[in-house]
Design a protein around this ligand. Sequence first.
Ligand code: ADP
Length: 375
Amino acid sequence: RKSSPGSLGGGGTAKDDAGVPGRVRVAVRLRPRNAEESAADADFADCVELQPEFKRLKLRKNNWHTDTYEFDEVLTEFASQKRVYEVVAKPVVESVLDGYNGTVMAYGQTGTGKTYTLGRLGEEDTADRGIIVRAMEDILADVSLETDSVSVSYLQLYMESLQDLLDPTNDNISIVEDPRSGDVSLPGATLFEIRDQQSFLELLRLGEAHRYAANTRLNTESSRSHALLMVHVKRSVKGGDLTHSSQNGNTTSMAKSLRPTLVRKAKLVVVDLAGSERIDKSGSEGHTLEEAKSINLSLSALGKCINALAENSAHVPIRDSKLTRLLRDSFGGTARTSLVITIGLSPRHRGETASTIMFGQRAMKVENMLKLKEE
Ligand code: ADP
């Protein structure tokens, strides 16, 4: 198949590679109207209108004013899961297979389709499969399990506490940042090697069950926590055989065998963020203000980092939260990053929708420098 879109081809080596500029890509996805909205909003105008052919979104402010925004991709309520995968995640997955770190992240108000977009298993109907399942299918189809390895860890971050969804008894995870490469690792996190799609699906189900149990115990909802799936892809490649475009090239196998073998270790991080609504607005949640602040800490820290990066500010407050430390490579780092922001049509949520749109607009200004992860 073709090499990743963008200018990743060409096969430079890691040592002399200064990196390839790669802006954070942002798509907006509109969730179809649900029954509750159909009833409650029947007499009111939708708060957004999409113009996918122009990659534009119009946000209605009131009867007289609309604001227009452009995104890298505008996905209507009719966009299939397959199309969403191809637009949002596939280029990132292909980069990971080529040896570059990648991040796919969903941001939006609770109920707008983040988990649907990322996490659907599609057990009843395979057309429903979300990004995570499709990504692993593409990864397993491309690697050779004799020489390569694929392993997964699955975590939840709630009130600045990192939980291992593959082993709830594990409270031994730390976040370690390599100051030179900017890479982040999680020593102590359970890592499962994946050999086929079936065992991956079982692992996801196990993780979901642990997440549900943990949230019941903590008396919270999954919308209050961030879920992070990390897929580590380690591949052996012959030197010079550096991109998918060159793999099918006309180098003879004799010439290839003379080259040293290199190891590429790239990581795909898929992040289902906590709901972006401000939970301290409502007194009925049963949370004290302190809890509300703590629950929002990571998400607001992420917003501040993205603002700082978008404005080229000298200080980016990466160290303010665990989420921003975990994602330091994804924003202003060396990863290829794709963000999908999810929204609904309801005018009752205009404020939340507007703030989601602004988050997406600022993220589009963040520049990364993609670098090959090769030893
Ligand atoms: P979030 O993770 O943002 O809280 P969910 O993914 O749980 O939201 O979606 C909320 C509800 O809307 C779920 O019942 C989900 O099945 C449904 N839904 C979300 N997106 C879509 C879509 N594109 N098409 C059909 N149903 C959707």
